[in-house]
Design a protein around this ligand. Structure first.
Ligand code: BF8
Ligand code: SF4
Length: 638
């Protein structure tokens, strides 16, 4: 077995995995080398069974059906974005159904925690916002559900027939731009299935038309997925506010029953946390000090943001957590769950529990989880962990030492609340003034995954540090948040250590007004669906400055993206008018046309484009140059 020297994460555990004869993601990555260049450049098509076809300039310029490289590359991109968007729209739909069931009294397991937010949305949707909360919840849930079942406007453009959540969340200027482009989505489910048929053999061959639909996937993802999921989850589970906790695998405790909750949708993890508290004494009866629930991946982000629960690790650490020999149960819902977890848990005493009907892993225990029976399922899960604890093997235990402090909970509401300590009447003014005078050169959202391809570069950490040094405020979500927290970038001390002098002064002023030495320079805004929060923040800044989003000195970056979801999120930012740095280079380079549209022409269409940079410094250089260009165009000093 070859083992990559992954010096940047949990080195001792990587050594232990080798000793325990456990294969990790890094090993499998090596086994896959060299990776296929046709795939990397996007020129492979297997959309029908005459194929697979791949384009080789000078040899096979077209697929068997006659599709050229531009068509093939564009089709592949649209399918990727659509697949990613469906993950988020499914996530959002689950949240909406939960709200509906709460409203109809079909579950007693959950309640509505943020009534004020619910009433705000009812009002924005033109529904009755006063009166009994469950009646309001039902109205809001049904309006949200419309975004999955609206038929009017699908075959014939009908004025005003597009996603309700886009109507209430997007800026007027953007809606007009998207209307002109003809990309306002009518119904999230029908739009994503449309992308599948549009790209099937013998349908659309026009790469520009296909790319236009790809932009539409950005809106489906952004409003039918991200914003809708976050807003409904805030309504049910509460809107996050500033919280302090810990990150990295050192949050696992040797003398506790350790349960990892992993995945993306909060109903399961919220219940596991609740029942772990209620059943804590059961752990004492079997000789443990209690039950320690920690979060992995975006479930980790959700629990940290709302409950201050420690977050154990990002996507590349899900296997390493089990290698500690300390995890009694890993319970998963959906997305980013490596099938390898079953192979690895079988080397230890750890129980792997799946809970969703379309996320099963052979060999894992399946405990069906649904909103109506959430309490029963959560109790059963804790019971499995309690039964596994006495089976721990001392010889297989390694207690990780890595642990850092993290400040999180930066929802838009929390950011506004912090800023309002400086200016109660106009909370955005201190932020906008400092952007205008150059104390904050710009704002960058860094999002997305951790990719084993980029080993050793510490892309998330190093890009963040370079931007901070250049007085750029960094906000972000997803696995970036884990990486940044583990690097110690989410504390007031990090402001002292990493922020450029002008940014530091601003963050210290905001921090002091809020009882902290400084605001952290890297703001944790949540899980990947919470990228909608970043869009909302940008929209609020744009409205306050009275300039469209695409003119703001801001950018996005997904410097280690892995998933189709990340492509959908990147597309959402592009539709907003935000330039997005993407790394690894997206699989479009096989088509000069598609590459040019994404990296140049898009600027004239949405005001945004794709930026490339294969190292943290190269990425920072293009991002900073972009921000300075935007500042110059606004007449702001650089
Ligand atoms: O939604 S950042 S690896 S965990 S896809 Fe997955 Fe990527 Fe992590 Fe969350 Ni987001
Ligand atoms: Fe080949 Fe065309 Fe079929 Fe794709 S759709 S596999 S290019 S024949």
């Amino acid at each position: 077995m070859t083992l990559v020297n992954e010096t940047y994460i949990n080195k001792e555990l990587i050594k232990k995995a080798k000793k325990d004869d456990v294969k990790l993601v890094f090993d499998r990555f090596e086994e896959q080398q060299p990776q296929c260049n046709f795939g990397l450049s996007g020129v492979c098509c297997k959309n029908c069974f005459q194929g697979p076809c791949r384009i080789m300039p000078g040899k096979s310029e077209k697929g068997i059906c006659g599709a050229n490289v531009d068509t093939i590359v564009a089709r592949n991109l649209l399918r990727t974005a659509a697949a990613g968007a469906t993950c988020h729209t499914d996530h959002a739909k689950k949240a909406v159904f939960a709200l509906l069931k709460i409203a109809e009294g079909k579950t007693k397991a959950y309640e509505i925690k943020d009534e004020a937010k619910l009433r705000r949305f009812a009002k924005a949707l033109g529904k009755k916002s006063t009166g009994p909360i469950k009646a309001v919840a039902k109205e809001v849930a049904l309006e949200a559900l419309e975004d999955f079942r609206r038929q009017q406007g699908i075959f014939h453009k009908t004025e005003g027939c597009y996603l309700n959540w886009l109507k209430v969340r997007a800026t007027k200027e953007r809606i007009e731009t998207w209307k002109k482009l003809g990309i306002l989505p009518v119904n999230s489910d029908s739009e994503t299935s449309h992308a599948l048929r549009q790209t099937t053999m013998g349908n659309d061959a026009d790469p520009i038309n296909i790319l236009r639909s790809t932009l539409k996937m950005g809106l489906v993802d952004g409003y039918g997925g991200l914003n809708l999921a976050t807003d409904i989850q805030d309504i049910i589970f509460g809107t996050p506010y500033l919280t302090k906790s810990e990150s990295n695998l050192g949050v696992l405790k040797e003398d506790y029953v350790n349960i990892i909750v992993h995945g993306h949708v909060p109903p399961l993890s919220e219940k596991v946390v609740e029942w772990a508290k209620k059943l804590n004494n059961e752990a004492k009866k079997i000789g443990a000090k209690g039950i320690n629930v920690v979060g992995m991946c975006c479930t980790g982000n959700e629990l940290l943001m709302r409950r201050g629960i420690p977050f154990a690790g990002h996507v590349l650490q899900q296997e390493l957590a089990i290698v500690t020999g300390l995890v009694d149960a890993t319970v998963v819902d959906l997305q980013c769950i490596y099938p390898s977890l079953q192979d690895i848990t079988s080397c230890y005493h750890t129980k792997l529990i799946t809970t969703i009907d379309f996320v099963k892993i052979p060999g894992a225990l399946h405990i069906k989880f649904d909103i109506e029976h959430a309490d029963e399922a959560a109790k059963q899960i804790i019971d499995v962990a309690l039964k596994a604890y006495p089976k721990r093997k001392k010889s297989k235990i390694y207690v990780p030492k890595e642990k850092t402090t993290v400040y999180a909970g930066f929802s838009v509401e929390a950011i506004i609340a912090a800023l309002s300590k400086l200016n109660k009447k106009e909370p955005l003014k201190p932020l906008v003034d400092n952007i205008a005078n150059g104390n904050i050169l710009g704002v960058v959202g860094i999002v997305g995954c951790r990719n084993p391809k980029l080993r050793g570069l510490k892309f998330h950490e190093n890009l963040t540090k370079i931007l901070l040094k250049n007085n750029i405020l960094v906000v972000g979500t997803g696995c970036w948040a884990h990486a940044a927290a583990q690097e110690g970038l989410m504390t007031p001390e990090a402001t002292e250590k990493y922020a450029g002098p002008k940014l530091k002064a601003v963050l210290q002023a905001i921090g002091k007004a809020n009882g902290l030495p400084a605001l952290p320079p890297a703001l944790h805004m949540g899980s990947c669906v919470d990228n909608g929060r970043i869009g909302t923040l940008l929209g609020a800044i744009a409205d306050y400055m009275k300039v469209p989003i695409h003119k703001l000195p801001v950018a996005g970056s997904a410097p280690e993206y892995v998933t189709e979801k990340a492509v959908a999120i990147g597309t959402y930012f592009l539709t907003l008018g935000v330039a997005v740095h993407l790394n690894p280079v997206p699989p479009v380079t096989g088509s000069e046309l598609v590459t040019k549209v994404l990296t140049e022409d898009l600027e004239k269409i949405t005001g945004s484009k794709v930026l490339l940079g294969a190292t943290p410094q190269a990425a920072a250089d293009v991002i900073i140059a972009h921000i300075k260009k935007k500042r110059r165009e606004l007449g702001l000093k650089v």
